[in-house]
Every structure is written in structure tokens, then in C-alpha cells.
Ligand binder design. Structure first.
Ligand SMILES: [Zn+2]
Length: 464
């Protein structure tokens, strides 16, 4: 028996609920129930929560004060979705940053605001506040998703993580102990991943016997790759799942993780400033947390809703935001949702009727604009780089509709660079001015991420 799991489930959670008013378990149980709602009932629940949120914004949030008229309040009662769509502007990071204070609800106690911070991929960090109610709903969304896959609150896990690097040895020990006792979790730092340590890690897996592994897609894939070379047959533990979080999980990463650990690979899609937005079911669908988040998928140029099944940018409204609501928040990601009928069809496999996210295409600014006005996904850059093994790193930055820079590192010469450019010009247009820079190393962006493609201008601005 796993005594720590038993302790967490029978002792720690009830204690935190009783003493600290923690309601994660309660919200998880609630989500498990609403997660079985047929689509019409889920839509009704969303409308009710949205109406409540809009009314709260109208009455308490200075930035949304203009909604506080008898006429609009009546419209909110009648059709909150229409009010959101027609009366509330989309909210981007720059606009929010101009006056974040005006988004804080007047009736929310200042000392109960939970501060959070996020780094944009190219911009400086964003500071914002959340409420405990909101955060506990995020955690509950993750626990519900795990429960679909046979994993519960106290299940033993190993986290493959990268954040420990800057911490002192003592701080790391403290976190490790807290992790072990409170979360039944051990850590493996993906900064420290090295071939020579694989024996030690396999020993840890075999003796600790976790139910699941958890971490960034990139770190998990690197770990799986090293284990594959070391000898995956030496792993004697049968995991229930590997959970990849926080970054896009590429198909090749999913495959190698699945191959090495022989278990389902779950994906979680979310963001610090939006919560856990979707979670994989055992069939591999990515089901939206529709109770927490209201999605609008919009055309990146016109900002009009797109047809379901076609890519668009996400504007998300957190239905539990009460402290500092950000309505129609432009998260910066491009998504494809399954059309309703297709979603219903797929849901028959797993019995989970929540809407299905087909694909996260990536960052909105990874969409490039061709000179003929068509939109081209930045994947063409990573695909072109993969085809040429002499290239170590590549980054394409589109400065304006007609100009761009291509950076390449590795065993690269002018001829290879030119050939690369000729290939991408087939999609972006022969008349695009692309400057080639051959460099020793391409540094990560301020967010710490490596990106293949980046567009520096707003598509909306170039609309004619
Ligand atoms: Zn499913």
C-alpha cells in the first residue's frame, strides 16, 4: 500500500479543507459531475456563469463599468453571450497593462488577491491577480483530468522539471521534502539530465514506483530519448500515464515517450493567465474545461468567429474570475476546435461529452503572412530545418509583410542558406526580402523559449 497516498487522501486533504478552507476536492467532485452534462446543459451552465460574471463586472469592475446600465443589465439576463460578443472589446496584454488596476473588482478584499506573473514569449512579464476560488478551480480541472485516467489526488508521481536550477541546495532539499510529504512527488531536474545518470533514474523509477510522470513536453521527451539509449527494458515499473504540460506536445515527442514508457501520454493545455483549459482523456481527445473557461475562436485578421474546424486565435473568458476579471482575453494561441457533431461522435468512445480541442497550432505570432496575403504557419520553418541535418538551429523573424530575417546555425554555408530560403519562398512569395544571417548560436527569447518562427507586426494592422 502507498502510505503517503493514503495519508494525503484520508488525512491531508480533509485537514486542509477543515483548517484552511481548501475546496479543491469539492470543486473536483463538482467538475466530475458537470463533466457528464450533455452539451445543451453545459451551454446553459456556461450562460448562467457568464451572466453572473458580466453582472459582477458591470457593478464592481471599473474597466467594465459602462455595462452598468439598466438596458445592458437586462440584455445580460436575456443573452449574456451576445453582450460579451457585441459590447465587450477583446483584451490584449498591452491594453491590460496600461491600467491593470481598473480591472480589480472594488468589492474584492485586497489582502485576498493572489499575485501571479507570466512571461510572454517575446514581451516583458505580465503581472495580474487571481482569487483563491479561481486557482482552486484550475487545480480541480487538472485533478478531474487525471481522474479520467485513473489517477487521484495522492497518486505517487515523479516530476521532470527545470525550475530548480537557480535554487540553492538547501532550498532544493526543502522543496523536495515538502513535495514528497504533501504531494507524494519526487523531482528530476531536466537541466541535469545526463546519459551517465540514467542508471540512477531507472533505479529511482523502479524503487519509487510512481503512478505517473509529469513535466514539460521537451524535458519528458529528452528524458525518454536518454532512457531509450540506455535500455527501456530496464524500467520495471508500469506507469498509468505520462502527463506533458505547458508546451505544445509534438507528435514525435508523444511517440518516443509512449514507446519508452509503454503507457498513454496525456497532454494538458493551459496558461498561467488562463488556467487548465483542456485535458486528455484515455482516448487521447483533448477535452475543454468548459465549466471554467468560455472560448471564442476568431479569425486572426478580422477577429470574427471562424467556422468550427478551422484555425483561429483564442479569446478566453475565465468564468470564475472575480478578483481581476479579464473578459475576452487574447491568450496569443491559435487553436482548432472539433465541430460540434464531430465532437459528439468522438465523445462516444470515452463517454466524456465535453467539447474537444482538435489542435493547438501554436502561438498566434508564429503565423506568417505571405506576400499574396495568405497566412502560412511557422511550422514550415521547423520542417525545412528538419529536412537539412547540417542545420542545428533556425529562426525566422518576419519584420514587415515584405521583409524578414532568417538565422541559421550549425554547419551552414551561403549555398545551404539560399536553398533554405528558396524553399520557404515557395510558400511566402518569391518577392519577400529575406536576409540570411549565419550565426554560431541562436539564443533563446526572453521567455527562455526557442522559437522557429516569429512575426513582429499585428495582422490586424495590415487589413485592407
Ligand atoms: Zn474523450
Amino acid at each position: 500500500m502507498d502510505i503517503i497516498k493514503f495519508g494525503i487522501e484520508k488525512g491531508l486533504y480533509p485537514y486542509m479543507e477543515h483548517k484552511k478552507g481548501n475546496r479543491v476536492r469539492y470543486f473536483t467532485e463538482e467538475l466530475k459531475q458537470t463533466g457528464e452534462f450533455p452539451p445543451y446543459l453545459m451551454k446553459q451552465l456556461q450562460r448562467e456563469k457568464l451572466a453572473k460574471l458580466l453582472k459582477h463586472c458591470a457593478e464592481q469592475v471599473p474597466a467594465y463599468e459602462y455595462l452598468n446600465t439598466p438596458q445592458i443589465l437586462a440584455e445580460i439576463e436575456a443573452d449574456p453571450e451576445k453582450v460579451l460578443r457585441e459590447r465587450v472589446p477583446l483584451l490584449g496584454k498591452q491594453q491590460f497593462k496600461a491600467d491593470p488596476e481598473s480591472y480589480i473588482a472594488r468589492d474584492f478584499p485586497r489582502d485576498k488577491l493572489i499575485k501571479n506573473i507570466t512571461g510572454g514569449s517575446t514581451s516583458e512579464p505580465l503581472n495580474f491577480y487571481m482569487s483563491r476560488y479561481q486557482v482552486e478551480h484550475y487545480e480541480a480541472a487538472r485533478f478531474r483530468g487525471l481522474s479520467w485516467n485513473g489517477i487521484s489526488y495522492g497518486s505517487r508521481s515523479i516530476m521532470v522539471w527545470g525550475n530548480q536550477y537557480e535554487l540553492s541546495a538547501q532550498a532544493q532539499k526543502k522543496i523536495a521534502l515538502k513535495d514528497l510529504l504533501l504531494k507524494n512527488r519526487r523531482m528530476i531536474s531536466c537541466f541535469g539530465l545526463h546519459r551517465d545518470q540514467m542508471g540512477e533514474y531507472v533505479e529511482l523509477l523502479n524503487s519509487y514506483r510512481p503512478e505517473f510522470l509529469y513535466g514539460y513536453s521537451g524535458g519528458l521527451a529528452a528524458f525518454a530519448q536518454l532512457l531509450k539509449d540506455y535500455g527501456p527494458e530496464k524500467i520495471k515499473v508500469r506507469l498509468k500515464a505520462v502527463l506533458a504540460t505547458s508546451e505544445t506536445l509534438f507528435d514525435w515527442q508523444r511517440e518516443i515517450i509512449k514507446e519508452v514508457f509503454g503507457c498513454p501520454v496525456l497532454g494538458e493545455y493551459g496558461a498561467r493567465d488562463a488556467g487548465i483549459l483542456s485535458f486528455s482523456c484515455p482516448c487521447g481527445h483533448s477535452h475543454i474545461t468548459a465549466e471554467n473557461a468560455y472560448f471564442e475562436i476568431l479569425d486572426p485578421v478580422s477577429y470574427e468567429p471562424v467556422e468550427p474546424g478551422t484555425p483561429g486565435i483564442l479569446a478566453v473568458t475565465d468564468l470564475n474570475a472575480e478578483a481581476q476579471p479579464r473578459l475576452r482575453w487574447l491568450l496569443g494561441d491559435t487553436l482548432v476546435m472539433e465541430p460540434e457533431e464531430r465532437s459528439a461522435e468522438l465523445s462516444r468512445e470515452c463517454g466524456i461529452p465535453l467539447p474537444i480541442l482538435r489542435k493547438v497550432e501554436g502561438r498566434e505570432d508564429a503565423i506568417l503572412l505571405a506576400t499574396d496575403g495568405s497566412l502560412v504557419h511557422g511550422d514550415i520553418i521547423s520542417a525545412a530545418a528538419r529536412d537539412r541535418i547540417r542545420i542545428k538551429q533556425a529562426r525566422f523573424i518576419q519584420h514587415t509583410p515584405m521583409t524578414a530575417t532568417l538565422m541559421l546555425s550549425g554547419d551552414v554555408d551561403e549555398a545551404l542558406g539560399k536553398e533554405f530560403i528558396d524553399q520557404i519562398k515557395l510558400r511566402l512569395g518569391a518577392d519577400m526580402q529575406i536576409e540570411l544571417q549565419i550565426v554560431d548560436d541562436i539564443p533563446p527569447l526572453p521567455s527562455g523559449k526557442q522559437r522557429y518562427a516569429l512575426r513582429e507586426f499585428d495582422l490586424k494592422e495590415i487589413r485592407t
